[in-house]
Design a protein around this ligand. Structure first.
Ligand code: FES
Length: 273
């Protein structure tokens, strides 16, 4: 019979049919390091992104057309002059609504439902379970079959929105090739463009994208274009976790750099113009 402890007898390693071991885990290594690191990394990003999304300052550099991704596209009449590349259909927004409010929730949902991030926060934040052979604290497990987790199945639709947002990020990268007299390249241009490219790599390496490209095909030979696309996406897909973290970093770096230049803290080193 399973060993009875103060834990719920239906939980994790204490459940029926599991080995009768009273310890929560027999692991003696530092199994908690990866989940703890993940929590710290995700929390740092969420705090930074939330603060920056609300402050409404230093997000646009008019001289070089640098716009931070956290405010793109800026569709409100409250956006600073020049930063609204697609007009201002939204009118003025009160201070408590971020100027990027139309896009940020979708980006959040895209990442939240991402197959990699699920793995990351199921283990680290939700501890279900925190590591191999470490019991989870939850009494029951319903998987992704009910609300709210059933929403994870909508990941493909958030992917479609993310593609549109990647196009907008690309537009921002193109217009950042700007100087007072037209064409120009600065360090900011390289950072914004690098960020846009990596966002494309992350978005296209998505598991849903891979399935959209090559899923449900009976004969690759009859769909050479989809097969080629699927091959490329499959290669990128093996790097999905790295791209997930790298793009969190480049988003922060891009925003931080635009903030430093826009606030006049540093001046943008120019290569051309
Ligand atoms: Fe990670 Fe789709 S699986 S973005």
């Amino acid at each position: 019979a399973p060993v009875k402890t103060s834990e719920s007898s239906t939980t994790g390693v204490f459940s029926r049919g599991r080995a009768a071991i009273s310890a929560r885990t027999l692991r003696t290594d530092r199994w908690w390091v990866p989940p703890a690191t993940t929590v710290l990394g995700l929390a740092a990003f969420v705090i930074y992104a939330t603060v920056r999304s609300f402050v409404r300052s230093a997000y646009w550099v008019p001289d070089f057309h640098y716009l931070t991704p956290f405010y793109s596209p800026c569709l409100s009449a409250s956006c600073v002059t020049g930063s609204s590349h697609f007009g201002t259909p939204i009118g003025h927004l009160p201070m408590w609504i971020p100027l990027g409010f139309l896009v940020l929730p979708f980006l959040l949902l895209f990442r939240l439902t991402c197959y990699y991030y699920r793995k990351a926060y199921y283990r680290s934040v939700w501890m279900a379970p925190p590591a191999c052979a470490v019991a989870e604290p939850h009494a029951k497990y319903t998987g992704e079959t009910r609300l709210p987790l059933i929403i994870q199945n909508a990941h493909r639709y958030f992917f479609y929105v993310a593609v549109i947002i990647s196009v907008i990020n690309t537009y921002d990268a193109v217009i950042s090739f700007h100087a007072a007299d037209g064409f120009g390249i600065g360090l900011g241009t390289l950072i914004i463009t690098g960020n846009a490219l990596l966002l494309w790599a992350y978005t296209l390496s998505c598991h849903s994208c891979r399935h959209i490209a090559g899923g449900r095909l009976k004969h690759f030979s009859q769909h050479p274009v989809r097969y080629r696309f699927w091959t490329v996406v499959s290669k990128l897909n093996t790097r999905h976790m790295q791209l997930a973290w790298t793009t969190l970093g480049t988003l922060v770096l891009t925003d931080f750099y635009v903030m430093l230049v826009a606030s006049g803290t540093i001046s943008d080193p120019r290569l051309i113009g």
